[in-house]
Design a protein around this ligand. Structure first.
Ligand code: AMP
Ligand code: ZN
Length: 134
């Protein structure tokens, strides 16, 4: 498969490895939002979060926690964002599941998404009817 992240896992493309175990690889993003921006990926190719098994998601979550702690301690930052772009419409460019762990510091100038404003009238109930799971 012609997947750049699978090639990184296979060692065919170089990367700066932050963490590795049987299931997961974490490495520096080549074009960081902030220095230390790390990508956490499953070693078995899946396209996005919907394709991932529970076991993969568990191992990814544990690795994200380890990477986040290491970023805080190693870089002396106060926090970090964890994001995952699911689908090209959401900004996913590489079709191999990956979580971004982005170090954050006060005054770093990064802005998260602007809110659209509160729900009006029955909008929240209407949305809930469409997406409620149980
Ligand atoms: P996304 O838009 O969520 O698919 O993010 C893809 C990320 O992969 C971007 O932040 C890129 O900078 C990063 N990226 C692409 N190629 C490489 C590479 N060879 N090594 C490390 N990061 C990469
Ligand atoms: Zn892949």
């Amino acid at each position: 498969m012609d997947c750049i992240f699978c090639k990184i896992i296979a060692g065919q493309i170089p990367s700066h490895k932050v963490y590795e175990d049987d299931q997961v690889l974490a490495f520096l993003d080549i074009n960081p939002v902030n220095h230390g921006h790390t990508l956490v990926i499953p070693k078995s190719h899946v396209g996005d979060i919907e394709e991932a098994t529970g076991e993969q998601l568990s191992s990814l979550a544990l690795a994200i926690k380890k990477v986040g702690r290491s970023i805080k301690e190693g870089l002396g930052v106060e926090g970090y964002n964890v994001t995952e772009n699911n689908g090209s419409v959401a900004g996913q460019i590489i079709p191999h599941l990956h979580f971004h762990v982005i170090p954050r510091q006060a005054g770093d100038g990064l802005k998260l998404w602007p809110p659209r404003g509160n729900y009006q009238g029955t909008e929240a109930e209407d949305i809930l009817q469409k997406i409620k799971i149980n």
